[in-house]
Design a protein around this ligand. Structure first.
Ligand SMILES: O=C(O)CCC(=O)C(=O)O
Ligand SMILES: [Fe+2]
Length: 284
């Protein structure tokens, strides 16, 4: 692919983002400072910040093409988990839907399968973007995740697939929609359905039993950049319909520098391919 048009600035985010609308180059004064304040207010009030049309049209085409070229080599992962991705509330009755494991399938590229020279990796590696994500959340420090598999992922939901309801294990998830579904494939969530100490169990149970009336969604065309406090709002993606897959990049950040996941967790998420890599490394 001809990347020449994306080489004007050394920090890739400046080549790809719609800077007129989203002036992230300078967040300390003028339009950038006003924009940042808006994002911070959104995040604080609603727990999300949804930036529609964040990526320029030509850049989006290049990013989507790049991912679509890599995805045929990605494994199909079967993800089966409770909404908490772990320990279930011991007080929940045995037939409680919150005890149930939900399953979905995704075609998923792990970080080590996304070459460093891709525009997408360069976007993720952007210090300006990391700084923007940190400041929207008003964190004193934020780092890109150091895990060789987890840091940056591309997830394709094929027609007929959904992303099962869950809470994220990190507080804030950052996504970039690279290719929208023709129909369906909506990001849906129950705003602030839990805190560190409590959960709106009625609302959660209603959603899990198919009542979407309290769920919110926002319109997200391809190129939308979303920050979302997914650790506190139950969420998922509705069934993808139409002919093409829905493709999202997941950008992972952490308040701790150098954070990596345990081998067990990575094997559970990424399956056989990663199990083999780790076994070979251990025996070398
Ligand atoms: O694909 C999305 O928009 C959301 C994905 C998600 O919830 C996650 O990866 O944790
Ligand atoms: Fe999530």
């Amino acid at each position: 692919m001809d990347q020449a048009i994306f080489k004007t600035h050394s920090d890739m985010v400046l080549n790809l983002v719609e800077l007129e609308r989203y002036p992230i180059a300078d967040l300390d004064q003028g339009p950038g400072a006003a924009f940042l304040a808006e994002c911070q207010a959104q995040m604080e009030e609603h727990g999300w910040c949804n930036l529609d049309g964040f990526i320029r049209e030509d850049a989006l085409e290049a990013l989507a093409a790049e991912s679509n070229a890599l995805l045929p080599n990605a494994p199909v992962l079967t993800i089966k988990r409770t909404i908490y991705q772990g320990a279930v509330d011991p007080d929940a009755p045995s037939n409680d839907p919150r005890r149930q494991e939900y399953m979905h399938k995704a075609v998923q590229l792990a970080d080590d399968q996304i070459p460093k020279e891709t525009l997408l990796q360069q976007l993720y590696q952007s210090n300006l973007l990391t700084e923007f994500v940190r400041r929207v959340q008003q964190k004193p420090q934020l780092y890109r995740c150091a895990d060789e598999f987890q840091a940056l992922n591309v997830v394709a939901l094929q027609p007929g697939s959904w992303h099962a309801w869950h809470y994220d294990t990190t507080e804030c998830t950052v996504t970039l929609l690279l290719q929208a579904a023709e129909e369906g494939g909506e990001f849906a969530f129950l705003p602030n359905s839990r805190t560190d100490v409590s959960e709106d169990k009625n609302a959660v149970t209603r959603l899990l039993t198919g009542d979407m009336s309290a769920a919110q969604t926002f319109s997200r065309g391809a190129g939308t950049f979303t920050l979302f406090r997914g650790g506190y709002s139950l969420h998922g993606v509705t069934k993808v319909q139409g002919a093409r897959p829905r493709v999202t990049a997941i950008l992972t950040y952490d308040e701790q520098p150098g954070r990596v996941l345990s081998d067990d967790v990575n094997i559970r998420i990424y399956g056989e391919r990663v199990e083999k890599i780790l076994a070979e490394r251990a025996s070398a």
